[in-house]
Design a protein around this ligand. Structure first.
Ligand SMILES: [Zn+2]
Length: 151
C-alpha cells in the first residue's frame, strides 16, 4: 500500500514548559469548593441539633460527629444540605459501618431518629429515580428490623 510520507508541521502553540513551571492540578474544583463553603453552616447546625449519633445512640458531641450523605456518589453534591438525605454519625466507627448499609436501611435510621425529616419521595427525586424507587413501606420494614435487633 502506498502511503504519503508523514511531514513534521510546526506547532501552533508554544511548547509546554515541563518540570517546576507546571502548576499542580487543584484538589477540588472551584465549583465544589463553593458548594462546600455554602453548605458548611447548615451542616454544622445540623450536627449541633442532634442529641448524638444516629447509629449507636451515644451522646457523641457535635464536633466528633460527621454528616453522612445517604445519597452518595454523583448525587452527593445535591445532598450536602438536605436533612432528609443526611445522618449524623460518630466520625470514627459508625460512619464506616452505616456507609455499607442499603439506602432503605439508612433512611430507616433517619426515621427512627428524626421521623419528621423522613421524605422518601424527595430522596428518590434527589437521586433522579422514580418516586417509588424506595418506598415508605420498605423503610418502615427496615426500621422494624432495626428495632427488633436492638439490644
Ligand atoms: Zn456512633
Amino acid at each position: 500500500m502506498k502511503r504519503t510520507p508523514l511531514k513534521r508541521v510546526p506547532l501552533k502553540r508554544k511548547p509546554r514548559k515541563l518540570g517546576r513551571f507546571r502548576k499542580p492540578l487543584r484538589q477540588t474544583s472551584k465549583k465544589t469548593a463553593r458548594r462546600k463553603r455554602s453548605t458548611t453552616p447548615f451542616r454544622i447546625a445540623f450536627l449541633k441539633s442532634l442529641a448524638g449519633c444516629e447509629y449507636c445512640g451515644r451522646q457523641t458531641p457535635a464536633n466528633e460527629l460527621a454528616p453522612h450523605e445517604i445519597a452518595g456518589g454523583p448525587d452527593r453534591p445535591k445532598a450536602l444540605d438536605k436533612a432528609f438525605a443526611m445522618l449524623g454519625l460518630c466520625q470514627l466507627n459508625c460512619h464506616d459501618i452505616v456507609q455499607q448499609e442499603s439506602k432503605a436501611r439508612q433512611l430507616a435510621r433517619l426515621y427512627l431518629s428524626r421521623p419528621q425529616d423522613l421524605d422518601v419521595v424527595a430522596f428518590n427525586r434527589l437521586r433522579g429515580k422514580a418516586d417509588g424507587a424506595i418506598t415508605l413501606e420498605e423503610v418502615l420494614a427496615e426500621a422494624e428490623l432495626i428495632q427488633e435487633c436492638a439490644p
